[in-house]
Design a protein around this ligand. Sequence first.
Ligand code: B16
Ligand code: MG
Length: 216
Amino acid sequence: MGIQAVIFDLDGVIVSTDEYHFLAWKAIADREGIEFTREINEQLRGVSRMESLEILLRKAARPYSAEEKLALAADKNSRYRELLNRLSPADILPGVDHVIEELKLRGVRIAIGSSSKNTPIILEKIGLKDTFDAVADGNDIQNSKPDPEVFLVAAQKLGEDPAACVVVEDAYAGLEAAKRAGMKAVGVGFASGSPLADYAAPDLAHADLDQILALA
Ligand code: B16
Ligand code: MG
């Protein structure tokens, strides 16, 4: 049957919004007097907003109520949304445009599988709103990566068998989600060193599409 579809993670694969996530969380942590480093930030890759907050609060000196947590997450998101206003097509990561073009030429279907509830605004800002055959994001799911839900929803929206899908991810949590979905997994960027990756490359500009499509 072979690979029929490629499901791309968004943040860290198509576009780099990780610095904006970091800056928004850092502002919240500094205001609350909670230590928040770039190392801790790496643990938030691919993880949902509320789970990210729980990781950040592990360093807090006091417990936070459910209401306080919702307020912190909302504050982080409005800071993040403010930063997203800066995004443009120039922020699309190296190799992405070429890979998408090539996949379309070969008749391979493409989808987004992202934990982010901000996926629609990000795709619009970078000019890729109408590019993908399907989009599954944080608004479609109950459980975020490493749960396989978002990738299974993407395959379902595409009408493809999970075994015929390959996921491209920059997060360890995302690679685990892909494997649990029964899909092949390509690790790029931060996740290129993961043993879970069936194929790895520093970014999509250095990825060999023939090898990726031969993974099935
Ligand atoms: P939001 P991805 C993920 O996107 C990010 O990697 C992660 O850092 C973020 O917490 C999560 O989206 C939720 O984002 O607050 O915008 O809903 O990598 O799965 O595309
Ligand atoms: Mg990511």
